[in-house]
Design a protein around this ligand. Structure first.
Ligand code: FAD
Length: 433
């Protein structure tokens, strides 16, 4: 019997330290630092590095990485417990060296980079001395990478990139862009594209505009519309094999999707906490909101959403650690990815509703959480696509029946059962058929 829902006491001590550190030192930063990815911001430069130093001292820096890259190699179960706490505060992943998309970008650099590429990009990225962006989605389509048109053509030893990309998050703060481009148009659909390391200051790289989410002011967001016009990069800018972009992207997205799910749990828990506090504190028609059965239903449904989702995330983390094979857990990862937007959306919406007008105002975070839930339903692939992946994995466990009726057709089952127990039925004067 190996079912176990307990955290070992030694790691619990680390979690307690993380919890207190985030509450006391990092949550207040969300009101002081506007753009945590903007390394040149003097306020950020003064506050964040000393906090990062404390995390490093404690041995909790970049816990998604193995020891060969300077992380403790904790595995996904421990990461899940940690990341849920990190999810509570915008600046927390940066203070712990675990922020997306740099975490995924550093994973592919570690996996596919040459020694020279690692020395130039991976080391400063891991140290959070620079920020990176992943430039894959195009204006004409994101869910189907087979429609991408950005091209990279050989010119002597160099490559020349041309094309447009959409929603390249954090490009405005980045030194490094990882760009996906068609290099082998005649190859089969999944072997046509390659990944390139493009420094942001390369001539021809143009940030057309910064796109924001929801109510963010126009032009002020962090998701860039990018244009690449005759961008010349050297031959060694190719990351991974030529034609290998799909494989590289999958390496990056597997871990990233689960880490988003772990952090999202933090926001769902916060929503439930706020909802419960408000329900106990506010009265209407002579009694607390918490006494109203419809409000109780919202609290119960939210708890059920949170706990079932937490179990699914933890089980997926456990399966990743057990099998060490992302292909084997593809369905699990798609499941947590597909469920994440609904859980955050529903719990945040109930929390908003219980807070009334205050809930929908910009003095509470619920509208931001709801927009975030839609972010989670699109970034790293839309929910529909993940449900398709999940369904395909589920269907692999089954096979079609040869007969006209299902194997569970009751008349047939009844007949077989009666045949099996014919002797007993006869003995008691019951018909066999
Ligand atoms: C906040 C945020 C950050 C992002 N950051 C990045 C980034 O850093 N780099 C990057 O390259 N991209 C990024 N993206 C883009 C993201 O990967 C795409 O939004 C996503 O892949 C969907 O592409 P699309 O937006 O073009 O939608 P489309 O491809 O146009 O799809 C639109 C809708 O069609 C439906 N749909 C699509 N495919 C199917 C299907 N097979 N079956 C049924 N329905 C389907 C879904 O409802 C889907 O939402 C980000 C997106 C968001 C929202």
């Amino acid at each position: 019997m190996a079912w176990d829902f307990e955290t070992d006491p030694e790691f619990q001590q680390e979690l307690d330290w993380i919890d207190a550190f985030i509450r006391e030192e990092i949550e207040p930063l969300d009101f002081v630092i506007e753009h945590p990815y903007q390394i040149t911001d003097p306020i950020r430069a003064e506050i964040i590095p000393p906090l990062q130093a404390k995390v490093k001292e404690r041995g909790l820096w970049a816990c998604h990485l193995g020891p060969e890259l300077g992380g403790p190699g904790y595995g996904q179960v421990k990461l899940a417990l940690m990341n849920e706490m990190l999810g509570r505060a915008r600046c927390a992943p940066i203070v712990f060296g675990a922020q997306a998309p740099d975490s995924g970008n550093s994973e592919i650099l570690a996996h596919y980079g040459t020694e020279a590429q690692k020395a130039r990009w991976l080391e400063p990225l891991l140290a959070n001395e620079i920020v990176s962006a992943f430039s894959m989605t195009e204006p004409q389509g994101g869910a189907d990478p087979k429609v991408f048109r950005t091209s990279a053509v050989r010119d002597g030893d160099d490559w020349i990139l041309n094309g447009e990309k959409w929603f390249t998050s954090n490009a405005r703060y980045a030194s490094l862009l990882i760009v996906m481009a068609v290099t082998n148009p005649d190859a089969s659909a999944y072997r046509q594209q390659s990944m390139f390391l493009v420094p942001i200051d390369t001539p021809g790289v143009e940030l057309v505009r910064n796109v924001g989410l929801g109510n963010e002011p126009e032009g002020e967001g962090a998701h860039a519309y990018m244009r690449y016009t005759d961008v010349r990069v050297p031959g060694d800018a190719l990351l991974g094999p030529q034609g290998g972009a799909f494989e590289v992207a999958q390496t990056r997205l597997g871990g990233g999707r689960v880490h988003h799910a772990m952090r999202t749990l933090g926001l769902v828990q916060r929503s439930l906490d706020m909802m419960a506090e408000r329900a106990l504190s506010r009265s209407t028609q002579g009694e607390e909101l918490s006494k109203k059965q419809l409000v109780q239903q919202m609290i119960a449904d939210s708890w059920l959403d949170l706990e079932t989702y937490r179990l699914l995330v933890m089980r997926t983390a456990w399966r990743i650690d057990k099998y060490q094979d992302y292909l084997k857990v593809r369905g699990d990862i798609s499941a947590v990815k597909a469920m994440m937007p609904r859980v955050l959306h529903d719990v945040a919406t109930r929390a908003l509703q219980i807070h009334g007008s205050l809930g929908v105002s910009n003095e509470m975070p619920f509208v931001e959480y709801i927009v975030q839930s839609h972010h989670m339903g699109l970034a790293d692939g839309p929910t529909e696509v993940h449900k398709i992946t999940l369904a395909r994995q589920v269907l692999r466990e089954y096979e079609a029946t040869a007969g006209l009726f299902p194997t569970t057709h009751l008349p047939e089952l009844r007949e077989k059962a009666r045949e099996k127990y014919a002797d007993v039925l006869k003995k008691h004067g019951q018909p066999v058929r």
